[in-house]
Write a protein that binds this ligand. Structure first.
Ligand SMILES: Cc1cc2nc3c(=O)[nH]c(=O)nc-3n(C[C@H](O)[C@H](O)[C@H](O)COP(=O)(O)OP(=O)(O)OC[C@H]3O[C@@H](n4cnc5c(N)ncnc54)[C@H](O)[C@@H]3O)c2cc1C
Length: 468
């Protein structure tokens, strides 16, 4: 029997449930990936991320070749046109079944449900799996039978419900029978998407696995302390790889166990904390599935819809350009513009600054992040932005507003991170680096807002909202 496997955000051969199950049942397998440029535009996917996907597909094609599975790259407009393309492929190559791993944002769910139902009606086998999470979204319930909207009880339940077999890995399949179909020229297609930061983000399953192992064995135990200091290389930087599925979260969790005496929620405090961050990622996947409104541009807390956001275009532009005159904020934005990635502490600082001090709609920031991050992920990005803007699940209360200057003093005490990304301030003494007295002297910028006054204005604006 011949089957089709449809790759999406699961660009790997190891621990890939759809691929493994497909290969167990089928003698011959063909793989497909849809290149949907206009859909990507709609989702604000960054240039760096598109290039990362395509470069990863080059690696995937090589791995699939070893299994005698050709990889076809099909260019098609958007998700709506995928149905017809898939159907054509199934008929053209006489495939009896379709396999894929699930995605949870609303457009993807809609697409998959339609394909599932229609293909079943035609008589095809359709098999889908959860590979981005350990507990399928919707499967963890509160005592009252509802969905979790707060992380800590979610995490408790996650551990309570965990069964050993959920952490079993799917092996790389054995080679299938050869089929007389050529793979697409992935390398050539990939070149069209090249971005200027490609060298910073090597691709490949083996590369990222050794990076995770290296991180856990050398820095894992320090993670809880180091993870908040952007000048320290203290976190794993695996987010782009997890989000494109080059490595599975399950593989990462099992690897963490190895370096923590086979324990997950106790033992080494650094590694335990790292695992809990991977669970934050899973939490936001449950949120986006259980509360689809959040991936439809709506806040989790409905009453915050009535907030009167500022329309100050100049402020927004200065924030986007990393020219707000608040060094730590500008350093964070510039890190992202130059590398496609931003340290988590900085993501919180710049997001709170935009949504609180500038009182600009968090959706502007969410979109801008997606346009520039190599790890831009609908669920985590939305979760992070809504948390920062106090409009989301488990949100920071609106009156808890991070002061960027205080954050800078605490987490970048020597101003190393600031100096790295703001060369204008390289000669600025440490005593002033967090808020220069005369910034123009260095060719830097006057702050666009007063931190204290803008904080007060934000608290008032939120306080005036009616919750009923
Ligand atoms: C405003 C805002 C926007 C964000 N946008 C994204 C995004 O688009 N894509 C994205 O992957 N993460 C996002 N995050 C979460 C977090 O900042 C990144 O996952 C993390 O910085 C990635 O670096 P790392 O791989 O070194 O993480 P590590 O600290 O090494 O953590 C390991 C993994 O755990 C997960 N993780 C860590 N922190 C979080 C978190 N707060 N929420 C969800 N998952 C987490 C990530 O998958 C990460 O790769 C955002 C956070 C905020 C506050």
């Amino acid at each position: 029997m011949r089957s089709l496997i449809w790759f999406r955000n699961d660009l790997r051969v190891d621990d890939n449930p759809a691929l493994s199950n497909c290969c167990v049942i089928s003698e011959e397998v063909i793989a497909v990936y849809f290149l949907t440029e206009s859909q990507w535009e709609q989702h604000n996917d960054s240039k760096a991320k598109k290039s990362f996907w395509l470069r990863s597909l080059v690696c995937l094609e090589k791995e699939l070749q070893k299994l005698n599975i050709p990889l076809l790259i099909i260019e098609t407009e958007n998700y709506d046109s995928i149905y017809a393309s898939l159907l054509k492929l199934m008929q053209q190559y006489d495939c009896k079944s379709l396999y894929f791993n699930n995605e949870y944002p609303v457009n993807e769910l809609k697409r998959d449900r339609y394909i599932y139902k229609s293909f079943k009606e035609i008589g095809f086998g359709v098999f889908n799996y959860h590979d981005q999470v350990i507990h399928p979204p919707g499967s963890l319930k509160t005592k009252a039978g509802g969905n979790f909207s707060v992380y800590s009880p979610f995490k408790r339940k996650w551990f309570e419900e965990l069964r050993e077999e959920q952490l079993a890995l799917f092996d790389i399949p054995s080679p299938k029978n050869k089929v007389n179909i050529e793979s697409s020229d992935v390398e050539k297609i990939s070149k069209k998407f090249a971005s200027k930061i490609d060298d910073l983000w090597p691709v490949g399953e083996e590369y990222i696995k050794s990076k995770v192992t290296d991180f856990l064995s050398t820095k894992g135990h320090l993670y809880k302390d180091d993870r908040n200091f952007p000048a320290i290389d203290g976190c794993s930087k695996i987010s782009p790889y997890l989000n494109s599925g080059i490595v599975s979260p399950k593989w990462c969790i099992l690897e963490a166990k190895k370096y923590n005496q086979n324990l997950l929620d106790e033992g080494d405090r650094g590694i335990v904390h790292w695992v809990s961050e991977i669970l934050w990622r899973e939490f936001y996947r449950h949120i986006i599935y259980n509360f689809p409104k959040v991936s439809m541009n709506r806040p989790f807390l409905d009453y915050t819809e009535n907030l009167e956001w500022s329309k100050n275009i100049e402020h927004l532009q200065r924030w986007k350009d990393g020219k707000t005159g608040i060094p730590i904020v500008d350093a964070g934005i510039r890190e992202m513009l130059n590398t496609g990635w931003m340290h988590n502490r900085l993501r919180m600082i710049v997001a709170m600054f935009l949504s609180k001090n500038l009182l600009i709609d968090w959706r502007e920031g969410e979109k801008f992040f997606m346009e520039h991050l190599i790890d831009g992920d609908i669920a985590s990005n939305n979760g992070g932005w809504q948390w920062s803007a106090s409009t989301g699940t488990d949100a920071a209360p609106y009156f808890r507003i991070m002061n960027p200057e205080t954050q800078s003093i605490k987490f970048d005490p020597q101003g190393e991170y600031i100096k790295k990304w703001i060369p204008e301030l390289s000669q600025c003494p440490i005593s002033e680096i967090h808020m220069p007295v005369d910034p123009l002297k260095y060719g830097y910028y006057q702050p666009i807002v007063d931190l204290k006054k803008s904080r007060k204005a934000a608290i008032e604006a939120f306080g005036n909202l009616r919750k009923d």
